[in-house]
Design a protein around this ligand. Structure first.
Ligand SMILES: Cc1cc2nc3c(=O)[nH]c(=O)nc-3n(C[C@H](O)[C@H](O)[C@H](O)COP(=O)(O)OP(=O)(O)OC[C@H]3O[C@@H](n4cnc5c(N)ncnc54)[C@H](O)[C@@H]3O)c2cc1C
Ligand SMILES: NC(=O)c1ccc[n+]([C@@H]2O[C@H](COP(=O)([O-])OP(=O)(O)OC[C@H]3O[C@@H](n4cnc5c(N)ncnc54)[C@H](OP(=O)(O)O)[C@@H]3O)[C@@H](O)[C@H]2O)c1
Length: 282
């Protein structure tokens, strides 16, 4: 597992100079491809846990016009709706227009955050059920980092199953740390009651590096191994609700599996039994 680098924190506040500027307050690096950061929250921003916003940095100066344009990308908000700060969990693409730069941000720096949250991975898009499945690959864990800290998740469901499939073991660290920390979450313990975290079943798997559980979640579900490991009944439309966030192939494969099990896709305008969102475009 890649060693976690030290956390950098700051309370320094600079006068914002960018449009929709927010100040970075904390940065954590997990692997050479993953990091998370926190920034201040726009006073007027209201969002539902699981939604995404556009964030970014100013682009380079155009040599022809001498002007700079914001370079923005979609990012799931990893913090819950009640949090005073905003948290994001990010990939580092070495030649990526945004993340080649974003990976170097430090506390005190500014990021652009357009305060227009949208998205389908929200409780409003699901009809009531007993058990909710959060299926993630890679940075697709981000919206679930928000929803796992959202009281409504535990108010609405008896059981919360979170699966996270990554290539390497170090890529699970952010999720695992967050889930371990939930036990001591003051708000959830107070609002839902001590021991609320016993509703959570966490199922991390890797595909290209040895870990406690190897394999794609899709294969593990198909073979029945995941159900046996988790000690749960197979997916069924009466009790199960699901949210999917990963790469395109994963989303499509899992969508087919849920449809085969009899679940119907929902949306904000027409709540149903499962919802899907891309973790990145490709
Ligand atoms: C709805 C939505 C929500 C998103 N939420 C997040 C998020 O919470 N965290 C996050 O890191 N990214 C997220 N993304 C992806 C994000 O918008 C950018 O693509 C990413 O930040 C890389 O930006 P870039 O300009 O460096 O490279 P881009 O030019 O955007 O991407 C270059 C290539 O890098 C790969 N790539 C991009 N993003 C990822 C990723 N997240 N994981 C693995 N490979 C990737 C793809 O192959 C892509 O073609 C989201 C995308 C969508 C559509
Ligand atoms: N992660 C790395 O170490 C790494 C390093 C350098 C470059 N990259 C590049 O970065 C991009 C994104 O890589 P990523 O690892 O973040 O994301 P990814 O390729 O989406 O893979 C994340 C996880 O999803 C699994 N997966 C893929 N398709 C699936 C499906 N249909 N059903 C179930 N599970 C599925 C993968 O398993 P499999 O392993 O079986 O595909 C992997 O465990 C890729 O273009 C990659 O080439 C990644």
């Amino acid at each position: 597992m890649t060693e976690q680098k030290p956390v950098t924190e700051s309370t320094a506040k600079k006068v914002p100079t960018l449009p929709d500027a927010q100040t970075v307050t904390e940065v954590k690096h997990y692997t050479d491809r993953l990091f998370s950061f926190k920034c201040t929250r726009p006073a007027s921003l209201r969002f539902r846990s699981g939604e995404f916003v556009m964030i970014g940095l100013m682009g380079d100066v155009n040599p022809k016009t001498g002007k700079q344009k914001p370079l923005l990308r979609a990012y799931s908000i990893a913090s819950p709706s009640w949090d005073e700060e905003m948290e994001f969990y990010s990939i580092k693409v070495q030649d990526g227009p945004l993340t080649s730069k974003l990976q170097h941000i430090q506390p005190g720096d500014e990021v652009i955050l357009r305060p227009k949250p949208v998205g389908t991975l929200v409780h409003d898009a699901l009809i009531p059920g007993k058990r909710i499945w959060f299926f993630a690959t890679g940075t697709g864990f981000a919206p679930f980092a928000s929803l796992l800290r959202e009281p409504q998740t535990y108010q609405d469901y008896d059981e919360v199953i979170i699966t996270h499939t990554c290539r390497e073991a170090g890529e699970l660290t952010y999720g695992r740390d967050l889930i371990e920390a939930l036990k001591d979450d003051e708000l959830l313990n107070e609002v839902i009651g001590e021991g609320f975290w016993k509703k959570i079943k966490y199922y991390p798997t890797t595909t290209r590096e040895e870990s406690a559980k190897m394999g794609r979640i899709t294969d593990l579900i198909r073979s029945g191994e995941a159900y046996a490991d988790l000690d749960v009944e197979p997916l069924n439309p009466e009790s199960d609700r699901a949210m999917i966030c990963g790469n395109m192939a994963f989303n499509l494969e899992l969508k087919d599996m849920l449809e085969e099990a009899g679940l119907e896709e929902g949306a904000n305008s027409k709540p149903a039994q499962y919802v899907v969102e891309k973790a990145f475009l490709d």
